[in-house]
Write a protein of this length. Sequence first.
Length: 450
Amino acid sequence: TAEPTQEPTLEPTEVTDEPTQFPTAEPTQEPTLEPTIITEEPTQFPTSEPTLEPTAGLLGWWFWGGEEGEGGALGEEQQVPKLYEEAVIDLSAGSRHSFLINSSGEAFAAGFIESDFSYKGHLGIDDWQEGSNVGKLVDKVVDAGGKRVDAPPFVRAYAGVGVPSDSGEMHSMLVDMDGNVYTTGRNSKGQLCLGDEKDRSEFSQVRGLPKPAVAGAIGYEFTLILLEDGTVWGCGSNEFGELGLGPKVDFTNEPNKNGLKGIQDLASGYKFAVFLDDKNVVYGTGGNIYGQQCFFTEGEPETVPTANILNDLKGTVVQVAANRESSYYLFDDGTAVSCGRNDEGQLGDGTFVNTGEDDPIVGVKLKGIRRIGTGPSAQTVFFVTDDSVFGAGLNDRFQLGIDDIGSENTPIKVKFEGDVFIDVISASGTHSLAAGEYVETSRTGRTYLP
């Protein structure tokens, strides 16, 4: 199928004959009763029209919030989740931009570029333009030998985080099916892990990793990469200990490991990171001005990975998550706790009070949680259950998908058009993404619609 058409070069809010949405088709009100058929032939993403109605057995993805995050008009909002009928294996919401990987491993970028001057290449595409950019295929990369080649099949995407006033000074990361890592964008602190501080406009392969990568995390000017052997390698800024390399390392432009072993999960906020190892020990490193590492340091950062007091709690942690200055921990019994900044209610504890020395950890007011989704640029968080999604935090642009604005401090149900089973969910400062399918629920448990 044909590639998505480019957006006109006029101002993004001007009405033209060209499509401005990501993807390019207009939404329809009629549901499609047949599931999306995945073939062996690669297909351009996305190919199908969005719909506001549930579709039986559909594997698809949803968008809501500020529409510039999907290449739409600046200032427009999608108030509730909008469904696109395309199977997605991963997605990531960043500052005014998004990455999606379809079932063929093709990566697509969309988003808003403030200006030619400020853009440093975080979308990783060669046909970008100032203003809105609809979903565009990442079709070329630079391999380890410096040669420009066809993009491999990807499995993981990590969108960038920038300062609120700019949408260009950031970087992004993709991981392919063989565990190779590719980065693009701003590189002022060596955060691309490419051995220099030169910006890149195309995804370029990271060299020097001893094992394949299985996951990663991106913060402001730093990158963390989790390898299959459980070690964590980082590059970029270590000004606040973001990489966990100690107080003497300001930044590094090549991957360096921080001494952690047996790591099973990791997440990054704006200038901090948290980790979970195979012995159920949680660590934090980096900025801690809001107590986002779940312990009190009078605002001073932790420059090496430090086991936090969360480890004194009973239960087994199965996931760690983080957004701008808050962190979250999911237990195997479906409960969760959170720490850090809470001015928008993003901790989900029913208050707008930051955690402190006396109460460094609070409980999320929801049970039956299966997964937590957020992102390093977000002040919004989502809690996924077997058939629903609940959100808390910042909601000035419909980031919570509840058809209303105003921050929420207690998890509130996102307005999907039916029960959903969500595989992955991601949030930014302005918009949110999710991938999964509509389901039906019976007394005998969750079943997929035929």
